[in-house]
Design a protein around this ligand. Structure first.
Ligand code: FA5
Length: 348
């Protein structure tokens, strides 16, 4: 029986040493120290032993019991400690690690380009003004020397809107360009004046890779005594250098807009192929940037300026087009799809 107890102790301790979780400790306790355990049977059967053996066996059995109890408690404490340490290691926070960067918002590429263009003119002393997108027909056309039935109106397919009751006559429309602001600014200021006008314009046009029915324009106007075409060229060349690089060359060719005389179309030498010819410039070596010209005397007279005293120049460009050229974007519709994969490329 003593041998049995010793074998029992060795087996129990060996098993205990391999246990690594609390549930198994409890099972172990039930099987080695519980009511139905081998040890308990021995202890309960002590009475049946010869009195001479009872003492020795009883003592050893009690020793085994207290060793097993002591060892199991120690093992439990050890396992609890291991579990706690594992948990601490899992939940450990390294406060010295650098924080995860928070993604900051950024300008939409059109906003960024518009700001860049406007700043280039601001550096040349231009004010920034804005005006209404719903406009009187007379500002959009008549006062810009585009009378009704003038064929030039066909260039601007127009969205007309219902004018509210009670307003003075005339038709209302969504402005087809920012040029009506030339008239509004001249009516409200006296020369000398220099302004740029960023804003939306609308045309009743089918959408394609280079046209939207809602788009932006940036208008420019300078009026003073003795302004000449040379001033226009110098100003727009300085603008092209600021936006497309100081090595850009500019080209002015005759174009027709009813509100300027002479009218011009301005181009820069292609900044991708440097004039050699490529896909961007359609092999011409030149990229058209904007319409411009000397303010027509009829427009000056229409706002009450004396056209023999004052002269001016005006220009109008599409910031979408400028952004497309600057960043090699081949479809204007990308600006409005809200695709973050597209927009995030322009973290300027
Ligand atoms: C004009 O609108 C004239 N008001 C510009 C002007 C101002 C000339 C002052 C002379 C003096 P045009 O129709 O070419 O011109 O438009 C100017 C620019 O607006 C174009 O070069 C283009 O970049 C942009 N634009 C015109 N229509 C659209 C459209 N449907 N979608 C996107 N951009 C457009």
């Amino acid at each position: 029986m003593i041998e049995q107890l010793e074998e029992l102790r060795a087996r129990a301790l060996e098993e205990l040493g391999r246990i690594e979780d609390l549930a198994r400790i409890e099972e172990w306790r039930v099987s080695y120290l519980g009511k139905k355990s081998e040890l308990n049977q021995i202890l309960r059967g002590l009475g049946t032993l010869a009195p001479s053996d009872r003492r020795a066996v009883g003592q050893i059995a009690n020793d085994v019991k207290s060793v097993l109890e002591g060892e199991s408690t120690a093992r439990r404490v050890q396992i609890e400690k291991m579990l706690r340490q594992a948990e601490i290691a899992r939940e450990r926070v390294d406060v010295t690690l650098p924080g995860r960067p928070t993604r900051l918002g950024q300008w939409h590429p059109l906003t960024a380009v518009t700001r860049e263009i406007v700043s280039a003119f601001r550096a040349m002393g231009y004010d920034i003004v804005e005006g209404p997108e719903v406009e009187w027909e007379t500002y959009n056309f008549e006062l810009l020397n585009i009378p009704a039935e003038h064929p030039a109106r066909d260039v601007w397919d127009t969205f007309y809107v219902q004018a509210p009751d009670g307003l003075p006559g005339g038709k209302m429309l969504l402005r087809t360009h920012t040029s009506p602001m030339q008239v509004r600014v001249m009516q409200n200021r006296k020369p000398p004046l220099r302004v740029v006008v960023p804003g939306r314009a609308y045309r009743y046009e089918a959408t394609d890779a280079t046209h939207e029915s809602e788009f932006y324009q940036i208008e420019g106007l300078a009026v003073d005594e003795h302004l000449t075409f040379a001033d226009l060229k110098g100003t727009l060349t300085a603008f092209a250098h600021a936006i497309f690089g100081p090595e850009r060359r500019t080209r002015f060719r005759v174009d027709f807009f009813p509100f300027v005389e002479p009218g011009a179309e301005m181009a820069i030498d292609c900044h991708v192929c440097r004039g050699a010819g490529c896909r961007l410039c359609k092999n011409s070596g030149w990229i058209e940037i904007m319409g411009a010209g000397m303010v027509h005397p009829r427009v000056l007279e229409g706002v009450g300026y004396d056209s023999s005293q004052y002269s001016g120049f005006a220009f109008g460009m599409g910031p979408e087009r400028v952004a497309m050229l600057k960043y090699g974007i081949d479809d204007i519709r990308l600006f409005k799809t809200n695709d973050l994969r597209f927009l995030r490329q322009f973290a300027l």
